[in-house]
Design a protein around this ligand. Structure first.
Ligand code: DAH
Length: 393
């Protein structure tokens, strides 16, 4: 019989540690019992010797395991622990006596069974021997919940698919961007106040680099307009979903990390009418055909003219409510005709501002998700609470 239990010394007499030792002893006795039964099933001539050895090891008057736990655990215990240790040892003694006698009875019975019976019994017992890796089928199973799209990703995908249906392709760009793509090539001159509106998070330790090569967390998806035009000659129609960062304090409508979908269409005769028609259609596709759009003049360095687009409030249909602050309108995105200065940066790739024109737009996907799914706090999207998120599955 391999693996024989020996009584360990006690270092720690607190009940918890001692119960652990007691449980280890119980497990060892179970293992040895199972091994004994396997041996019994072989019905060797010498089995009665093994039985006797087993009995003596556990119950033997002087050196059996019961005597040892009495000696090592109880007698060795400091006075203040004696009572508790005594209780544990007593309990254990009763259990060992009972289990060892049962094991011996069982083993004797098995050693006198017929071949066929023995095979059945032992195959069960081999199972028990695999104590440590045993599968307890009474334990609750491990649930593996099916994952689901995050509501913001869901909104991003929905927005993208509206434009895909109009023939747009999809592009992506890096979240760590250079000053050149995030600002300069988008016609934000150095030190221009428009940069301040972007609350940029800069990567530290970039002072030794020329300004345009310094790295930052992109504040918008617009830099991918330039990257796309560097790679693809006109005509293009592209949407760009992605994550952006700004140094904003988090509150119900702001998050330092959020998502945008950028759009860009460049061709030989694109007009502001195309822009209006495209965005009006997209808003109706996203929020329902009753929704109306409103374009108001605005300013962005990379578009001229620029506009701010609002949709009629989807909650009150434009009558005025708390969500639209009684105005009847919800501002949703920025857009405009691509500024010729922007084309100058990619002129060599076929974007001669005298020959091509285009429009661009950018919208916040988190804000659209808030509106579409009736959520009133953007923070809920990013706290990772499954109870909230699973509602969108
Ligand atoms: N990038 C702008 C922002 O984050 C949004 C935007 C406005 C994008 C107008 C555009 C645009 O492409 O034409 O505030």
């Amino acid at each position: 019989m391999p693996e024989r239990y020996t009584v360990p010394k006690v270092e720690n007499y607190f009940t918890e540690a001692l119960s652990k030792s007691a449980n280890e002893l119980r497990a060892a006795l179970k293992r040895e019992t199972a091994q004994l039964i396997i041996e019994a099933s072989k019905r060797d001539q010498s089995f009665h010797l093994e039985l006797k050895a087993f009995r003596d090891r556990w119950l033997g008057r002087k050196t059996g395991i019961i005597s040892q736990i009495n000696e090592i655990w109880l007698h060795g215990a400091p006075a203040e622990h004696k009572k508790a240790v005594g209780q544990i040892v007593n309990e254990l003694r009763g259990e060992i006596e009972r289990d060892v006698i049962e094991a011996i009875d069982g083993a004797q019975a098995i050693s006198s069974l017929s071949d066929v019976d023995v095979r059945e019994v032992t195959s069960d017992l081999k199972q028990i021997l695999l104590e440590r890796d045993r599968l307890d089928i009474t334990l609750p199973g491990i649930r593996r919940p099916v994952g689901a799209e995050h509501p913001v990703i869901k909104a991003l995908n929905e927005i993208v698919s509206v434009f895909k249906a109009m023939g747009y392709s999809v592009s992506e760009g890096p979240e760590i961007e250079t000053d050149y793509y995030n600002f300069e090539a988008l016609n934000f001159p150095p030190n221009h106040p428009a940069r301040d509106t972007q609350d940029t998070l800069f990567i530290a330790g970039q002072q030794s680099k020329p300004p345009r090569e310094r790295l930052l967390l992109r504040t918008h998806t617009s830099p991918v307009q330039i990257r796309t035009m560097e790679n693809l000659a006109p005509p293009i129609r592209v949407v760009i979903p992605g994550k952006v960062h700004r140094n904003d304090a988090p509150d119900a409508s702001h998050s330092p990390m959020f998502h945008q979908v950028e759009g860009l269409a460049v061709d030989t005769s694109i007009t502001f009418c195309d822009l209006k028609g495209t965005l009006d259609h997209a808003m109706k596709a996203l929020f329902g055909s009753r929704v109306r759009t409103r374009f108001q003049p605005s300013f962005f360095p990379f578009t001229e003219p620029s506009a701010e687009v609002a949709i009629s409030c989807i909650f009150c249909r434009g009558k005025g409510c708390r969500t639209c602050k009684q105005s009847g309108w919800i501002e949703l995105l920025g857009c405009g005709m691509v500024d010729p200065n922007v084309f100058e940066f990619v002129r060599d790739n076929g974007y001669d501002p005298a020959k091509v024109s285009g429009f661009a737009f950018g919208m916040g996907a988190d804000r659209i998700a808030l509106l579409k799914y009736g959520v009133d706090d953007i923070q809920l999207f990013f706290q990772g609470d499954v109870r909230f998120l699973e509602q969108f599955a």
